[in-house]
Design a protein around this ligand. Structure first.
Ligand SMILES: Nc1ncnc2c1ncn2[C@@H]1O[C@H](COP(=O)(O)OP(=O)(O)OP(=O)(O)O)[C@@H](O)[C@H]1O
Length: 313
C-alpha cells in the first residue's frame, strides 16, 4: 500500500477571495485507500479546499495533485476517476432519475449498469420520478448513486449528510464504507457530524480559519491525548499556559483541558504542570473534545495575534 501513489497531494496551497484568506499554506497527503474525514466549523475552508481538488479553482499559490494529475490541467481525465457529491443540492430538478442516469452513463467510461440497478433498489429510487418531486434525502441518494456507479478511484463527499434524516445519513455512510472496502479506493468526507466521521474515517483532519490544524489517525487519538479535569481558580488557570495543554473549558472552578501525552507522559507530570493541584479525572480525549479543543486553541491564538498587531499599529 505504501508504494502506491497518494490519492491526494496538496503542497503549500493558499487561496484568498479578494483580500480575505480562505486557505493558508495547506500541505496534506492522503494515501490511496484512506477514508479521510475533514472537519471544521462553518467557513473554515472545507469547500474551498474541495473545489481545488475537482479543478473548480486553480491554485493561486501552491500545488494540487489528484490521482497523480493536476485537476486544472487534465480535468476530464481526473473527473472520470472521481465521484463527487456537492454540498448543495445541484442536480437538475427538471430531469427524471432515469434521464439523469442516462446522462451520467454517457459521460463515464466505467459506468456499471449492474451496480447502478443495485443502487436504485438499495436507495428505493424510481427511474420515472422527477428529481423535483423527490425529498431532499431522495435527491441526496440520486446524487450519491451517480457518484458511485462508475467505480470512482476517489469519492469526494462535501457535507453529504447536511439536513438529512438518520436513515438517509445511514445510506451515505454505507456507501462510504462500501466504496472504501473496494481495494485501492479512497474517500474524502467533509462533515460537521463528528459521530459519523468517527464511525467511518480512519484518519481525520481539522481545518480552522483556512489552516490545517492537525491530521491524526482516529485510532491514535486516545493514545496521543488525554482530557484532564481539575479544580483551579482563574488565577491558577492563567499560570498554566504551557505547550501541550490546549482547549481549556470550565464550569465554575472545574476545568477540562486537552493534554498532549507525548509532552506529559504521566499523571505526575500533569500535576506538576498545574502547580501541584489535585486532578479530578484523566480520561481519553474524544473526537468531539479534540475538535473543540483544536478550534478553540486556533481562535485564541488568532485573537492574541490580532491583539498584538493592534498594539503594534
Ligand atoms: N466565491 C467566494 N467568494 C468570496 N468568498 C468566498 C467564496 N467562497 C468561499 N468564500 C469564503 O471563504 C471562506 C471559506 O469558505 P468555505 O465555503 O470553503 O468554508 P466551509 O468550511 O466549506 O464552510 P461550510 O461548512 O459553511 O460550508 C469563508 O470565509 C467564505 O465566506
Amino acid at each position: 500500500m505504501s508504494n502506491l501513489q497518494p490519492a491526494i497531494e496538496i503542497d503549500q496551497l493558499s487561496c484568498a477571495f479578494r483580500r480575505s484568506e480562505a486557505l493558508h499554506d495547506i500541505t496534506l497527503t492522503i494515501p490511496t485507500g484512506c477514508v479521510f474525514g475533514m472537519v471544521g466549523l462553518n467557513g473554515a475552508g472545507k469547500t474551498t479546499l474541495i473545489r481545488h481538488l475537482i479543478g473548480g479553482l486553480r491554485p493561486q499559490s501552491g500545488r494540487v495533485r489528484v490521482l497523480g494529475e493536476d485537476p486544472t490541467r487534465t480535468p476530464e481525465s481526473v473527473m472520470q476517476r472521481i465521484g463527487y457529491v456537492a454540498e448543495e443540492d445541484v442536480l437538475p430538478r427538471w430531469m427524471r432519475v432515469g434521464e439523469l442516469i442516462e446522462f451520467m452513463r454517457a459521460l463515464y467510461r466505467n459506468w456499471d449498469t449492474h451496480l447502478c440497478n443495485e443502487l436504485l433498489q438499495q436507495f428505493s429510487l424510481d427511474r420515472s420520478a422527477k428529481l423535483a418531486d423527490l425529498s431532499k434525502g431522495g435527491r441526496a441518494r440520486a446524487g450519491l448513486l451517480v457518484a458511485l456507479a462508475h467505480h470512482p478511484a476517489l469519492l469526494i463527499l462535501d457535507e453529504p449528510s447536511y439536513g438529512l434524516d438518520p436513515i438517509a445519513r445511514q445510506d451515505i455512510l454505507e456507501a462510504v464504507v462500501r466504496t472504501a472496502s473496494d481495494e485501492g479506493r479512497t474517500v474524502l468526507f467533509s462533515s460537521h457530524l463528528l459521530d459519523e466521521v468517527s464511525r467511518v474515517c480512519d484518519t481525520v483532519g481539522v481545518i480552522g480559519g483556512g489552516r490545517l490544524l492537525e491530521v491524526i489517525p482516529t485510532e491514535d487519538l486516545s493514545h496521543r491525548y488525554s482530557e484532564v479535569v481539575c479544580e483551579l481558580t482563574v488565577e491558577e488557570r492563567s499560570k498554566v499556559e504551557l505547550p501541550g495543554f490546549f482547549g481549556w473549558q470550565n464550569r465554575g472552578r472545574e476545568w477540562s483541558v486537552a493534554v498532549d501525552r507525548s509532552v506529559y507522559h504521566d499523571e505526575d507530570a500533569v500535576r506538576t504542570a498545574i502547580g501541584g493541584r489535585a486532578i479530578c479525572e484523566i480520561r481519553p480525549l474524544s473526537l468531539e473534545r479534540w475538535f473543540a479543543a483544536r478550534v478553540m486553541n486556533q481562535e485564541s491564538s488568532l485573537q492574541s495575534r490580532f491583539a498584538a498587531e493592534e498594539v503594534v499599529a
